[in-house]
Design a protein around this ligand. Sequence first.
Ligand code: PHE
Length: 338
Amino acid sequence: MGEYEKKLEEIEKRIEEISGAANAAAVETLRREFLGKAGPFQDLMKGLKNLPPDEKPGMGKRINGLKNRAAKALETRLVELREQLGDDVSDLDYTLPGTRPTQGRLHLLTRTIEQILTVFQDMGFHVVEGPDIEDEWHNFEALRLHADHPARDTQDSFYLGEDRLLKTHTSPMQIRYMEEHPLPIQMVAPGYCYRRDPFTSRHSPTFFQIEALMIDKNITFAHLKGVLVEFVRGFFGRERKVRFRPDFFPFVEPGCEIAMDCPFCDGEGCRVCSQSGWIEILGAGMVHPGVLEYCNIDSKANTGFAFGMGVERPAMIRYGIDDIRHFYENDFRFLSQF
Ligand code: PHE
C-alpha cells in the first residue's frame, strides 16, 4: 500500500471522530483542521502530480469525496448539537473559563486615610471636613502665621485672588472647629493641601493631611504623647518606637516633630530612612494660647494639643512605594496592585 493510500485511510478514520465532537467550538476546531489552509486535502492534491497518469483521476475523485464527507460530517454534527442544546446556546463552550467582571475598588490613598481615621475614631475623635478654598485668616493669621512669615510668600501658596487661596495645610480646620464648637473638642480633619512645590518623587503640589485637635480643661503634653504613640503603634505595628524632638510652628508652644524608628531596618539605618534609622511622620504641639484666644477660648482655663500629618508618606512606607507621583497619576496598573 502506497504512502498516499495510507494517508487517505488516516483521514478517513479522523473524519469519523467528527461525529463525537462535544460542542460547537470543538466542531469549529475540527473544521479548521480539515478544511483550513493547512488542512490535509490541499497537500494530497499537490501530491497528485507525482502519481502515474492513469491513477490520477481516480485518486483525485477519492480526495474530493473525502473532503465532501468531512464537510458533511461537520455540518451534521453542528445540526445535532443545535438540536440538543437549543439554538441560542449552541455556540457556548461551557468548558471555557468565564470572564470575570472588573470590580471597582477604593484608591490606595482613600483606603489609607480611612485606616488612619479609624485608629483615631477608636480613640473617640470626631471626623470633620472643611473647605479647600480658605481665607487668610483661617489659613494663616489665626494660626499666628503673620504677614511677614515666609510660608505666606505667594511662591508657596496658590492664590485664587485677594484673600482667597487653596489651603496649604489642614490646620485652618483647628480654627474653624474652635469657632463653631463648644468645649470639649476632640476632632480629626482630613483634607487635601496645596503648595507650589515641584512634582517629584518625594514632593507633590497636592498632598493629603490629617489634622487632629483636642482641647479641654487639663489637657497636657502627656495626652498628646499617649494619643500619638497609640496611633503609630495602631497603624504601623505594636513594636514601633516613637521619638519626640522639639520643633517650631507658630501656632503651638511647645512644638515638636514626631518620628518613628524605620520599620524597614528597625532603626539600623537604610535607604528608606536615609541611613538615620528614623522616619519623620508629623508635626505637633500644645495649641498656642494666642490661637485659643483668637477663637474666644479662655486660654487660662483650657489647654490642648494639635498635630498634622501627611498621608502619602505613611502609605508609601506601609506599602513599599518609592514615588509619591504614583498616587496622583491614576495608572490602573499601579492602582490595581493594592
Ligand atoms: N500644619 C503643620 C504643617 O503643615 C503641621 C502641624 C499641625 C504642626 C499641627 C503642629 C500642629 O506642617
